[in-house]
Ligand binder design. Structure first.
Ligand SMILES: Cc1cc2nc3c(=O)[nH]c(=O)nc-3n(C[C@H](O)[C@H](O)[C@H](O)COP(=O)(O)O)c2cc1C
Length: 329
């Protein structure tokens, strides 16, 4: 292919990309066309210095957005070839996508793409029903298809040991006033285009809870609505831990989350044990795996909920001067 992507293709694909998850719904991404390629970059103005000093979270989020971009272009019949971190001198450029030979989308691409708008972080208690073996297998396959692994924490003692690591990481973070202030600054009482709406933040933590909730100021829980006693905890990991590995892990995260949605499962993320280096190492050792844990998910059958807001796509596009800025639906 010699011709490049158009502004309309960029706009359509970016509208799907922005549905990706991000730390505190900070949406740390920008999209542009350069020499016929779509480029996705970390938005340096949307970094979270206290929560994410290394930029790991921003790269995970951009990796997830990249997976949506890939799906969107593939479903439109214009799949892309992707180069990760294409310019050593511009480390914020996460990926460059150029047109590949046109082909019809695969059934998997179609079903994962259809799940983009239905996926959301479900922080409410799940039903106690176990996730069946074939669904667990699909989730593992989703991670493997993106060069990552998914380790399910199975059995009461393993889940309790994980919970201990997660709670101690949570306590470490909660002792840091800058972290707490940053998190609180992203809680939204009124609907806005970013941040975590109070209604999506999950219920307030209670002393009997096994897993620590990030603390987005949620509602008090109805009596008896406890969390599931043995949650399905899944740890997503990558081979290495370079910036490129983190972008790869972000793509795998989104593939796992969309696969869960497509399978009728709900998920929430808990990354406190990834953010605290000692906890991450303890988690890695407890799994007995090579590679690096990049995200932890709680997966199960959830009650219905709603997707969280995003900024209008025009706010995240860098278009050449003179391009039609109208939003096209
Ligand atoms: C790197 C990363 C870390 C996250 N960590 C947590 C977490 O510890 N606790 C939590 O409840 N949600 C966590 N999330 C989920 C985000 O808060 C969520 O994606 C964002 O608020 C947008 O909401 P949505 O997932 O419903 O679209 C994380 C997401 C990402 C990408």
């Amino acid at each position: 292919m010699t011709t490049g992507f158009t502004v309309e293709q960029l706009r359509a694909a970016a509208s799907d990309a922005v549905r990706a998850p991000s730390l505190h719904n900070s949406q740390p991404w920008r999209f542009r066309l350069r020499d016929g390629g779509i480029e996705l970059s970390v938005d340096p103005r949307r970094r979270l210095p206290a929560t994410d000093p290394s930029g790991w979270g921003a790269r995970i989020a951009c990796g997830a957005a990249l997976f949506n971009l890939r799906l969107s272009l593939a479903v439109a019949g214009t799949p892309a070839t992707v180069r990760l971190r294409p310019y050593p001198a511009e480390p914020d450029v996460v990926a460059r996508l150029v047109p590949d030979a046109p082909r019809p989308p695969t059934p998997t691409e179609q079903s994962l793409h259809a799940a983009i708008g239905r996926r959301f972080s479900n922080r409410a208690p799940f039903w106690p029903d176990p996730v069946p073996a074939d669904a667990r297998w699909r989730l593992g396959e989703a991670a493997r298809a993106e060069q990552c692994w998914l380790e399910l924490v199975i059995g009461t003692s393993a889940v309790n040991a994980f919970a201990e690591v997660a709670r101690s990481a949570h306590r470490v973070l909660e002792r840091d006033p800058a972290y707490v202030a940053e998190r609180n600054s992203w809680i939204r009482a009124e609907p806005t285009s970013d941040g975590v709406p109070a209604a999506s933040g999950g219920p307030q933590s209670e002393p009997q809870d096994l897993l620590p909730q990030r603390g987005f100021g949620g509602r008090n829980r109805a009596p008896g609505r406890d969390f599931e006693p043995e949650p399905l905890v899944a740890v997503l990991g990558s081979t290495g831990n370079t910036a490129t590995d983190q972008i790869i892990a972000g793509q795998a995260l989104q593939r796992v989350l969309l696969t869960a949605t497509d399978t009728g499962l709900a998920a929430s993320m808990l990354s406190q044990p990834i953010e605290v280096p000692g906890a991450r190492e303890a988690l890695r050792l407890s799994l007995g795996r090579f590679g690096t844990p990049q995200m932890v998910m709680r997966i199960g059958y959830g009650q219905p909920g709603a997707a969280t807001p995003r900024r209008p796509v025009n706010e995240v596009l860098d278009l050449p001067v003179g391009t039609d800025q109208r939003v096209v639906h």
